[in-house]
Design a binder for this molecule. Structure first.
Ligand SMILES: Cc1cc2nc3c(=O)[nH]c(=O)nc-3n(C[C@H](O)[C@H](O)[C@H](O)COP(=O)(O)O)c2cc1C
Length: 347
């Protein structure tokens, strides 16, 4: 793809994503879940522990700044802000799609933030459709090296691609290519959606080929159909995508159904995303069986303001998670996993 197309695309994504109209108008389902308040916590708030471990590194809370940025000068600055705030707050960081680093090697530096964030997990990112291109697997392995990453996200975004001008619409062989990457990568491969969700049928196929980490990216947050529809207005082609704005499986349904229908045990780690907007949301996803949560659009809005704003947001979310632990009588994340709900039948 031409340099200007791929660079302009990232610029447009970063600028459009902040508009309220790019959020889905359906909820991610977490609003239906209510913890039973514990009026007798029998806990000292200061001892509440939200730490956990991801790919062998300690986090202060179970949170990943979702993959978003890289490939242009402005997005390098964003990655630097994400990395600095993530390191300070003790959360993990996903880099944006690194296809541009392969096609334009001079852009590699926009993904190289390891020196800013030496102790947290950093994840490379590549599209599933890129894996079936010539040298696709080698390129994905190269992305891990470029970013000195602890793992790699492979994003599955067929709806976005098909609505995108010059999107990748040949998807035969992607599952097999992911299997090959899982075999060859020295670090974990995390398969994610981008906001329309991974349902139980897809999750089963991925688990069967050895994928051990799934990031659901369910419906209820940022709508990539809305973003691509907005971009295609220039070509007067917008009406095609409008009906898909709220398309997908919401975060809650996805979490529940994957656990009911796939053999989720210790070997499959679930990351919950798609409309995560507070520490209370993180708490609810942990209660629903996720090990980590991840968020994109609120992180972007804060980072576009300043590194301090992002650090403060991350600290606020951690405090909200701690408060939720306190008022449900949970001393740790493992206690929170069993906290009683008002309507237990929702699980
Ligand atoms: C500006 C922006 C750029 C994104 N770029 C990527 C990307 O390059 N690769 C990817 O896997 N996901 C990308 N995403 C998707 C997010 O990682 C996330 O899955 C999705 O936005 C849902 O989270 P949210 O509802 O918290 O925004 C991007 C999201 C935003 C907002």
């Amino acid at each position: 793809m031409s340099k200007s197309t791929i660079n302009d695309r990232k610029r447009e994504h970063l600028s459009l994503a902040g508009r309220p109209s790019m959020q889905m108008s359906i909820a991610n389902g977490l609003d239906t879940l209510q913890f039973e308040p514990c009026a007798l916590p029998e806990l000292d708030f200061d001892e509440i522990d939200t730490r956990c471990s991801l790919v062998g590194k300690e986090l202060q809370q179970p949170l990943i700044i979702a993959s978003m940025s890289g490939g242009t000068r402005a997005s390098r600055q964003l990655n630097e802000i994400f990395a600095a705030a993530a390191e300070r707050a003790g959360v993990a960081l996903g880099l944006g799609s690194m296809r541009i680093a392969i096609e334009q090697p001079e852009q590699c530096a926009t993904f190289q933030v390891r020196s800013i964030a030496p102790s947290i997990p950093i994840f490379a990112n590549i599209g599933g459709a890129q894996l079936i291109q010539p040298n696709g697997i080698d390129n994905a392995l190269r992305c891990i090296d470029i970013a000195e990453a602890d793992g790699i996200f492979v994003h599955l975004n067929p709806l976005q691609e098909v609505l995108q001008v010059q999107g990748d619409t040949q998807w035969r062989g992607v599952l097999k290519a992911i299997a090959t990457l899982v075999t060859h990568a020295q670090v974990p491969v995390i398969v994610k959606e981008v906001g329309h969700g991974i349902g139980p049928s897809t999750a089963k196929k991925l688990a069967e080929i050895g994928v051990r980490y799934l990031d659901i990216a369910g419906a209820g947050g940022t709508s990539w159909a809305a973003i691509e529809t907005e971009r295609s207005r220039i070509d007067n082609n917008a009406q095609t995508g409008e009906v898909f704005h709220n398309f997908g499986i919401n975060l809650c349904d996805s979490l529940r159904l994957i656990q009911q229908q796939c053999n989720v045990d210790e070997s499959l780690t679930l990351i919950a995303s798609g409309g995560i907007r507070s520490g209370l949301d993180i708490a609810k996803t942990i209660r629903l069986g996720a090990s980590f949560a991840s968020a994109a659009s609120p992180m972007l809005a804060a980072a576009q303001h300043s590194e301090t704003a992002l650090t403060e947001l991350l600290q606020q979310w951690r405090r909200q998670l701690q408060i939720c632990c306190f008022i449900t009588g949970s001393a740790s994340l493992s206690d929170l996993r069993h906290a009683p709900l008002v309507k237990q039948s929702l699980l």
